[in-house]
Design a binder for this molecule. Structure first.
Ligand SMILES: [Zn+2]
Length: 86
């Protein structure tokens, strides 16, 4: 969805629009409704987090709004673009 690459679902992180159109992560992939997928960050242990470059592209191109077909508010903590550091 962000970079346009296609990957197996195991390598993706799912997002859904929660109450009020706030974007939320759906790590288990079980939330109902339409989902938006981003590449999973490589080598991330524990909770899956999206690949920063993929997330950035999705944000720039309003990919979440398009994938979920509704206005979406993206809070900073859902996608931490600053954690890209290295
Ligand atoms: Zn991607």
């Amino acid at each position: 969805m962000g970079c346009g690459r296609s990957r197996p679902k195991a390598e993706l992180v799912r997002f859904v629009a929660g109450p009020g159109g706030v974007l939320e992560r759906d790590p288990a992939g079980t939330r109902p409704g339409r989902g938006a997928y981003l590449c999973r960050a490589d080598g991330a242990a524990g909770a899956p987090s999206p690949a920063p470059e993929c997330a950035r592209r999705a944000l720039e191109r309003r990919g979440f709004q398009r994938a979920l077909r509704r206005p979406v508010r993206v809070d900073g903590h859902v996608i931490d673009l600053d954690s890209t550091g290295s």
